[in-house]
Design a protein around this ligand. Structure first.
Ligand code: PLP
Length: 452
């Protein structure tokens, strides 16, 4: 797939794969056609699974962000998907970056050789001493904290840091509850600020995270109310904060609703916000929809004979369902690869038929039945869908598609059992947006080259 449709591929960045025109569907098809060609030539692993990343979808999300939350500069959460093209596009659009480690900081600073360290927030409240020392060396000053030890470490190796106190807010309406691990309860904040003052450290503001995958955007109201009270605690401690960071958690389908809550809360709690910089750390909002995955059916079998054999956990789950799967499909990416999002990010994925027997005409009359879909490793935990609706007539060599595969997928994929991480084919989409994205990237590439 890496050479799929390279005839119209263009290399704006010599070190990166080519960029293509056309919508994701087109490239999923081209990738599959290329794979069939390689298979007919007897290429090893010709049928590899692959992603298609449509950068015009990242651009569309950026435009949506600017139109709904113009007062908040997004600092993209690199952990969500550190894809080099995504980072370049967002850098070209002028966003900042939320980094959590030395490597993320280095990766961002190297984008086009042009990213100023003040476009980075080191948004990890519990950092190794050496990481804080390194961020000082790199010129990254803005960083979060939520405990006293962090203040001592910062005092030792980065005394001029611009500190942001991360507070605990209600994250019970989110799939990933980050408050289990991070965030200072409000009752502890005056003590933390007093200690920071005693150590002569510079605290510039407040951050929070309502949890990743937030399905009730009304929580931003209470979170911003809490942030307001911490601004007041800052005044009492002798600080005049000028930064409010509302974190991530923005969900694609609830974004407009969330933005409306944020705006209402800001008007209520920060009616006079002159001199206050407002930022956010969105991750999945920018990338989830931009990546699709094509995976090949490499094997199939009937379900285990019922129920005498030693069932594994996933199979027990299937057994518990009244409507038991009639076919088990095995595909060439799984929970140790792109689908780690099922384990780590509590995602559920929905396969669809991309190609049947080399053809892209998937008959709509095909009867769907209850099936299970499994990954390629030898571990029985490697179950992509314990129960889903697909035709029972799919065969080895047919392809399944999965959309919304951009967030917390490829970044945490492993090579367990020797299976490679699926590669990415890039497109700038079709139509006017494609031209805009290409122009933005071309201008960024040329400016980077001039800077040497
Ligand atoms: N900021 C911080 C500190 C995070 O830990 C995360 C996710 O874990 C994010 C931002 C991004 O969150 P999301 O992808 O939900 O927008």
């Amino acid at each position: 797939p890496s050479s799929a449709s390279s005839t119209n591929g263009e290399r704006l960045f010599p070190s990166l794969p080519p960029l293509h025109y056309g919508h994701s569907d087109l490239h999923l098809r081209k990738g599959i056609m290329n794979a069939s060609h390689l298979a007919s030539e007897g290429e090893v692993d010709a049928e590899k699974a692959f992603f298609v990343a449509d950068l015009s979808k990242v651009y569309a999300q950026y435009r949506r962000w600017v139109s709904c939350l113009p007062e908040f500069k997004p600092y993209y959460a690199v952990k969500c998907n550190p894809d080099p093209f995504v980072l370049r596009l967002l850098a070209a659009l002028g966003t900042g970056f939320d980094c959590a480690s030395n490597n993320e900081i280095s990766q961002v600073l190297q984008i086009g050789g042009s990213i100023s360290p003040d476009r980075i927030i080191f948004a990890n409240p519990c950092k190794a001493l050496s990481f804080i020392r390194n961020s000082c060396k790199m010129g990254v000053d803005m960083m979060t904290f939520d405990n006293c030890d962090e203040l001592y470490k910062v005092k030792r190796v980065h005394p001029n840091a611009k500190l942001v106190v991360r507070i605990l807010t209600d994250d019970t309406k989110s799939l990933c509850q980050l408050g289990l691990k991070y965030g200072a309860p409000l009752s502890t904040v005056p003590g933390l600020l007093a200690k920071a003052k005693e150590l002569d450290l510079n605290v510039i503001g407040v951050s929070f995270h309502v949890g990743s995958g937030c399905y009730d955007p009304s929580v931003y109201m209470d979170a911003i109310r809490r942030a307001r009270s911490v601004f007041d605690m800052g005044l009492n401690a002798g600080y005049s904060f000028d930064l409010l960071d509302i974190g991530g958690g923005f969900e694609d389908g609830l974004f407009e609703q969330g933005a409306a809550v944020v705006k209402e809360a800001i008007d209520q709690y920060f009616p006079d916000r002159r001199g206050i910089r407002m930022i956010a750390e969105p991750g999945r909002f920018f990338v989830a929809k931009a990546f699709s995955l094509a995976a090949n059916i490499i094997a199939r079998r009937a379900p285990f004979p019922h129920p005498t054999c030693n069932w594994n956990e996933a199979a027990q789950q299937i057994d518990a369902e009244a409507d038991q799967p009639s076919v088990m499909y095995y595909i060439n990416d799984g929970v140790y690869g792109a689908f780690n999002c099922i384990m780590f990010d509590h995602q559920t994925v929905q396969p669809y038929v991309l190609s049947l027997d080399g053809s892209f005409h998937v008959p709509s009359t095909e009867i769907q039945t209850n099936c299970s879909v499994w990954g390629p490793t030898c571990d029985s935990i490697d179950c992509v869908c314990p129960s889903t609706r697909l035709p029972s007539s799919l065969r080895v060599g047919d392809w399944l598609g999965f959309d919304n595969m951009g967030a917390y997928t490829v970044c945490a994929a492993s090579q367990f059992n020797g299976f490679e991480v699926s590669k990415v084919i890039y497109t700038t989409g079709g139509g006017a947006a494609a031209t805009e994205v290409r122009n933005i990237l071309a201008a960024f590439a040329s400016a980077s080259r001039q800077r040497g």
